[in-house]
Write a protein that binds this ligand. Structure first.
Ligand code: SF4
Length: 509
């Protein structure tokens, strides 16, 4: 029989390693929509729709290239419900002499394939810049990993934004300090690129509404790119209209502005519709031709080849143990309002509301609003991780887990990030216009009207003094705490206790 290549829902790239190894004239490809992958967490219906629609489009494109494609729809009578079982079923049916697979994005799925007993030929996922082994080599012997240094290696490896002598353009590797501006009042976000639904997408949306309509999140506003050509159009739209201001305002937030200057390409990139090296090259040439400032170009490339590759490296270095880390011993369940957006905290209702509507929020909303609240409130990290994995269009385990467990929840004890990203309402006030229309007062820390972030921030610092008090990057903060009058400290503690008790009683804040 023919050799068989498995293509997963986040591997929709023409140059995928297991496709490159086979011959379209003789071999076959398998794509399968399975219940296990669609429901092991309650994925946002738009995310399931994106993946199924993109898979169906990719299968068509492969057929046009001459491949013999076997495509299993979710509702096909023979569908066994899992990737490993489908692969076995088809390999047997086709009497495949070899089954080729590419490294997965999810440890759980990869394990299930490795445990399947099938004689698989594995291929590295070369769509990433840094291989798993290469990252392990870099990490070996280091007590703490620093993204900063890893990023420099990747810049050198790809040769992006370097001078002739190998030094970084602009005289520094990172211009992050210039990328934290608040949004000026009159500045408008660029128009959003929408993508119309074709018959394939409409059919998928119907299927998803029927089978996953009970998952949190609405299908109504689905407008994501589902083909390589559409993803390309979204990317060009970003280069022209948003990248020039992306650097300056990447940390800013505004009510009613779900996207601002963000590219919204992460989902397309993570499922394989865009090519990492090509994106970096485009951003670099936009800089060289004077269309975008250096802090925008460098900041964007840093996200792609620095942070994104770094968290993937950490994931594969430390799974499966990493998923169980809980350095603060948090056990509080995730509040119900994470699934509904029903809270009087404006920042939270905005971040969660747009998440339900678009399966999207940008990094500062995820890190400093919903994430910050979960950290301060001591929510069980595994529940927080499952929430992020479920609700975001671009969330796959390799990228979601280190970002949430490590960066947001500091649950790895500071391995990935040297300090917890805890902040009071002051940070949110500085970076957004949310507080002006909030039921709470950001200027108050105690009392019924006080912004919950304020007292919870101090409560977090007080209750973890033993673990965090020695952290140099929190030195100033703890000094401020010590200088506070005893009565003030007690009032903050009391208000924090009261808020946590309200959460435990299932009350809406
Ligand atoms: Fe969020 Fe507090 Fe500002 Fe309200 S006052 S929007 S809860 S930071």
């Amino acid at each position: 029989g023919p050799r068989l290549a498995l293509v997963l829902g986040d591997q929709l790239s023409f140059d995928l390693a297991c496709l490159a190894a086979l011959d379209p004239a003789q071999d076959a490809v398998l794509l399968a929509e399975v219940m296990e992958e669609a429901s092991h967490v309650a994925h946002h219906p738009q995310k399931i729709a994106l993946i199924f629609s993109a898979m169906r489009h990719f299968a068509e494109a492969l057929r046009e290239l001459g491949w013999c494609v076997h495509y299993v729809r979710l509702d096909d009578p023979g569908n066994s419900g899992s990737i490993a079982a489908e692969l076995r079923r088809w390999a047997t049916q086709l009497q495949s002499v070899e089954v080729h697979v590419t490294e997965c994005g999810d440890w759980r799925l990869e394990q299930s394939l490795r445990d399947s007993g099938l004689p698989l030929v594995w291929h590295a996922d070369v769509r990433f810049l840094c291989g798993r082994g290469e990252f392990a080599d870099w990490a070996r012997g280091k007590k703490q990993l620093r993204m900063e240094y890893f990023y420099r290696e990747m810049r050198r490896k790809g040769g992006w934004l370097l001078n002739g002598d190998g030094s970084p353009v602009g005289g520094a590797w990172s211009f992050d300090a210039e990328n934290r501006k608040a949004l000026p009042k009159r500045l408008k976000a660029p128009m959003v690129a929408h993508f119309a639904r074709d018959p394939i997408t409409c059919e998928v949306l119907e299927l998803v509404a029927l089978r996953f309509g009970h998952h949190y999140g609405s299908l109504e506003r689905f407008d994501y790119p589902v083909t390589h050509a559409e993803a390309e159009a979204l990317w060009l739209h970003f280069l022209d209209f948003a990248l020039p201001a992306f650097g300056d305002y990447q940390d800013a937030m505004a009510a009613g502005e779900p996207f601002l200057f963000h590219a919204r390409i992460s989902a397309a990139l993570n499922i394989g519709l865009l090519d990492l090296r090509r994106l970096c090259a485009d951003v670099e040439s936009a800089y060289w031709s004077g269309r975008v400032p250096l802090n925008a170009a460098e900041g964007f490339i840093r996200q792609l080849i620095g942070w994104r590759e770094y968290v993937r490296g950490i994931y594969w270095l430390h799974m499966p143990g990493y998923a169980q880390r809980n350095a603060f011993g948090n056990t509080r369940p995730l509040p119900e309002f994470y699934w509904t957006g029903q809270t009087r905290m404006k920042c939270m209702s905005q971040a969660i509301g747009q998440t339900l509507e678009h399966a999207y929020a940008h990094h500062i909303q995820r890190l400093m609003v919903t994430g910050n609240f979960a950290l301060l409130a001591g929510i069980a990290p595994q529940q927080v991780c499952d929430w992020y994995l479920a609700v975001y269009m671009d969330a796959f385990d390799w990228v979601e887990l280190p970002n949430t467990l490590g960066m947001v929840m500091h649950a790895d004890g500071g391995y990935l990030g040297s300090k917890p990203y805890c902040a009071s309402g002051q940070y949110i006030k500085r970076m957004s216009d949310y507080c002006g229309s909030c039921a709470y007062k950001v200027t108050e820390s105690t009392g019924e009207q006080a912004c919950p972030f304020n007292a919870l921030y101090w409560h977090f610092l007080m209750r973890h003094r033993e673990q965090l008090g020695g952290n140099q990057r929190l030195g100033m903060v703890y000094k401020n705490l010590e200088r506070m009058p005893e009565a003030k400290q007690q009032a903050l503690w009391q208000r924090g206790e009261q808020l946590l008790a309200q959460l435990d009683a299932g009350e809406v804040l």
